[in-house]
Design a protein around this ligand. Structure first.
Ligand SMILES: Cc1cc2nc3c(=O)[nH]c(=O)nc-3n(C[C@H](O)[C@H](O)[C@H](O)COP(=O)(O)OP(=O)(O)OC[C@H]3O[C@@H](n4cnc5c(N)ncnc54)[C@H](O)[C@@H]3O)c2cc1C
Length: 336
C-alpha cells in the first residue's frame, strides 16, 4: 500500500473552493476495502480523510501527515422485503433555510413519507451524494431528494449532519460503521445512540473516528414525485448556491439570539446582506457572493489567508454590532 502513497500533493484540486496547500503524504482509496487497508496499515500520522472537499477550507501551508482522498463507491440494498416497522422520526427540527425569500417555498414541496415501508441500504462513505440519490431513485427508493445539489460524500453528509429543507441526513440513518484511529478497530454505532444537532455530529467531535459506511432506511415511495422535488430543488439552488464555495460560510444564529435582537429567526445570509450591507465585499479574490450572502466564493486566485480574513471580518462586524459570535459552518483543515 505504501507504494501508492505520494508526497507533497497540492490539495486545492480536491476541494470545491480550489484553495489549499499540499499534503505531506497523499493516497486515494478507491473502495471500502482499500480505505480500511490504508487506515489499518499506515504508520503516518496524523490522518485526514477528504470526501469531496465541499465543506472545507484548507490552509495555504497544507495538511501535515497523510491525507486520504476517499473515492469508495459501494452500495447495496440489504432488505428486499420492505419493512413496515421502522419508525421515521426527524432527529432535529429547528432549521431555517438561509435567506428563505430566495428559495421556492419549501412548505409547498414538502410531503410526509414516514408511514411508507422502508428498505435498508448500505452505502460506502466516499459515495457522492448526488449519485446516491439517483441510484436510489432508479432502485425505487426515496427520502434523499431533499438533499439534492449538496456536492458531498455520504461521510461528509454524516459528519456535518447535512440539512435540506426540514430534513437532516441523521433522520434516515440506521447505523454507521467506523474505523477508530486510536484503537485501529472497526466499530458500529447505532444512530439512536448518538446525539445529532444542526451542523453537529458525534463524528465532528471525535475526529479519531473515520466513517467507513452507513446503513440508511429509505422509503418505497413515489419516485416520480421525489424526482420532481429533486429537479425543482436543483433548479432553485443552482441560482443561489455557487459551486466555487464550501457551502454556507456560517451557521444560522439560534432562535434565542435572533428573538432578542429581531423578534424572529434570521439567517446568517440575511444578516450579512441586510444588516451589514456586505454583499459582494471581497478581500483579495475571496468574495461574499452576489448570489447569496452566506456563500463566500473564490473568484480565481483567493488564498486561504484571504478567505479566513473575510470570515473574520464578518464575524467582527456582527460581534461589534450585535454582540454575538457567528459560528463558521466550514471546517478548517491545517494550520491557520
Ligand atoms: C454549492 C454547495 C451547496 C451546499 N449545500 C449544502 C446544503 O444544502 N446543506 C448542507 O448541509 N451542506 C451543504 N453544503 C456543504 C457540503 O456540501 C456538505 O457539508 C457535505 O456533506 C460535505 O461533504 P464532503 O464529502 O465534501 O466533505 P469534505 O468537505 O471532504 O469533509 C468535511 C469534513 O468531514 C471530514 N470527513 C470526510 N470524510 C470523512 C470520513 N470518511 N470519516 C470522517 N471524517 C470525514 C473531513 O476531514 C472534514 O473535516 C454545500 C456545499 C456547496 C459547495
Amino acid at each position: 500500500m505504501d507504494t501508492k502513497i505520494q508526497q507533497n500533493i497540492p490539495l486545492a484540486q480536491y476541494t470545491t473552493l480550489k484553495i489549499g496547500g499540499p499534503a505531506d503524504y497523499f493516497i486515494e482509496a478507491n473502495s471500502t476495502d482499500e480505505l480500511i487497508e490504508i487506515l489499518s496499515s499506515t504508520d503516518i500520522k496524523p490522518i485526514t480523510v477528504l470526501g469531496n472537499g465541499s465543506n472545507v477550507l484548507i490552509s495555504d501551508s497544507g495538511i501535515r501527515g497523510l491525507v486520504i482522498k476517499n473515492n469508495s463507491k459501494d452500495i447495496k440494498i440489504l432488505t428486499n422485503t420492505p419493512n413496515t416497522s421502522i419508525k421515521f422520526t426527524k432527529t432535529y427540527t429547528q432549521r431555517q433555510e438561509n435567506e428563505p425569500d430566495k428559495y421556492l417555498d419549501f412548505s409547498k414541496i414538502d410531503y410526509d413519507e414516514s408511514a411508507l415501508p422502508t428498505s435498508k441500504v448500505e452505502i460506502s462513505s466516499g459515495y457522492p451524494l448526488p449519485q446516491v440519490i439517483n441510484w436510489c431513485l432508479d432502485h425505487g427508493l426515496t427520502g434523499l431528494q431533499w438533499f439534492a445539489y449538496i456536492p458531498g460524500t455520504i461521510a461528509g453528509a454524516i459528519v456535518h449532519n447535512i440539512h435540506g429543507g426540514s430534513y437532516h441526513i441523521a433522520d434516515y440513518l440506521e447505523s454507521i460503521k467506523c474505523f477508530d484511529l486510536n484503537t485501529k478497530q472497526k466499530k458500529t454505532y447505532n444512530k439512536s445512540d448518538l446525539n445529532w444537532q444542526y451542523e453537529q455530529s458525534f463524528f465532528l467531535q471525535n475526529p479519531n473516528l473515520i466513517v467507513i459506511s452507513a446503513i440508511l432506511n429509505l422509503f418505497h415511495g413515489d419516485t416520480t414525485k421525489a424526482k420532481s422535488v429533486k429537479d425543482a430543488w436543483i433548479a432553485q439552488k443552482i441560482k443561489v448556491q455557487p459551486m466555487n464555495s464550501p457551502g454556507s460560510a456560517f451557521q444560522n444564529p439560534s432562535l434565542d439570539i435572533c428573538q432578542k435582537i429581531w423578534g424572529e429567526q434570521k439567517s446568517a445570509g440575511w444578516i450579512i446582506d441586510h444588516e451589514l450591507n456586505l454583499k459582494g465585499f471581497s478581500i483579495g479574490d475571496a468574495q461574499i457572493s452576489l448570489q447569496h450572502s452566506n456563500f463566500f466564493v473564490n473568484n480565481g486566485h483567493a488564498t486561504a489567508t484571504d478567505y479566513k480574513k473575510l470570515i473574520e471580518y464578518v464575524q467582527d462586524k456582527v460581534k461589534t454590532k450585535f454582540g454575538f459570535d457567528l459560528i463558521p459552518e466550514i471546517k478548517f483543515l491545517g494550520k491557520f
